[in-house]
Ligand binder design. Structure first.
Ligand code: SF4
Length: 206
C-alpha cells in the first residue's frame, strides 16, 4: 500500500491545501506545517519557493539544501548558480520563473526525501501548481520526475521531450547537482542545457 493511502497527514495536507484559494495564504499554511517531525525540528526555514505571479514557467526541484534552508529560498548555492547560468544561456529569466521543490523542508545531511515525506508535501506542491497555473512545468531530478510522472520511469527515457501533463506542458531533466557531480563534459550537464533550450523554444512558440 502506498504512503498516500495509509498516512493521515497526506489527506489532511491535501484538504488544507485545497482550502487555500490564493498563493500567499497557501504559503502561510505551508510555513506552519509540522507533518514531518524530523524535518520540522531541524529546519531553519520552510522553503515555500519563489512564486512569481503570471510566470509561464515553473521549475520543480527536489528539496532545500543547507544554503536554501539557511536563506529560505530554493536553488541557491552551487547548483542554483549553475541553474541560473544555464537558464541565462538558454534565454530564460530566473526572475520571471516560479521555482518550487517537492519537499519544503531540508532532509538531514541532504539525504533524498523518503516516500512518506514526498507523499505528504505533494499536497502542498499540487495546490501551488494549480494556483500558479504555469504553461510549462520543468522537473529537475528523480524526485521531481517521480512526483510528475512516476517513480519507475527512467529519467533518461523521458527527458528531451515535451509531454502533455495536467493540461500543461512538461519537460523532465536532470538536477543541476547531477550536472555538477559529473562535470561540464558529463551527460547530465549537456542534457540539462539542451532541455532548458527546449523549454525556451516551447515558451517562445506561445
Ligand atoms: S516537508 Fe512538507 S510536509 Fe513535511 S513538514 Fe515540511 S512542509 Fe510539511
Amino acid at each position: 500500500m502506498s504512503p498516500r493511502a495509509v498516512d493521515p497527514w497526506v489527506r489532511s495536507i491535501a484538504g488544507f491545501a485545497d482550502a487555500c484559494t490564493e498563493v500567499e495564504g497557501l504559503a502561510r499554511a505551508i510555513r506552519a506545517c509540522t507533518a514531518c517531525a524530523e524535518l520540522a525540528a531541524a529546519r531553519r526555514h520552510v522553503v515555500v519557493g519563489d512564486t512569481i505571479p503570471g510566470a509561464r514557467l515553473l521549475i520543480v526541484g527536489e528539496a532545500p539544501g543547507a544554503t536554501e534552508d539557511a536563506e529560505g529560498r530554493p536553488f541557491l548555492g552551487k547548483a542554483g548558480r549553475l541553474l541560473d547560468r544555464l537558464m541565462a544561456d538558454a534565454g530564460l529569466r530566473r526572475d520571471e520563473t516560479s521555482v518550487l521543490n517537492v519537499l519544503k523542508c531540508r532532509p538531514p545531511d541532504n539525504r533524498a526525501p523518503t516516500r512518506a515525506e514526498a507523499a505528504r508535501c505533494t499536497g502542498w506542491l499540487d495546490r501551488q501548481v494549480t494556483l500558479l497555473d504555469p504553461a510549462l512545468v520543468m522537473t529537475l531530478g528523480r524526485s521531481a520526475m517521480s512526483w510528475a510522472i512516476d517513480a519507475k520511469t527512467r529519467l533518461s527515457d523521458v527527458r528531451g521531450t515535451v509531454h502533455d501533463w495536467r493540461g500543461r506542458r512538461l519537460v523532465a531533466s536532470y538536477h543541476p547537482s547531477a550536472a555538477l557531480r559529473f562535470g561540464p563534459n558529463g551527460e547530465p550537464h549537456a542534457a540539462l542545457a539542451a532541455d532548458l533550450r527546449l523549454v525556451a523554444k516551447v515558451l517562445a512558440c506561445g
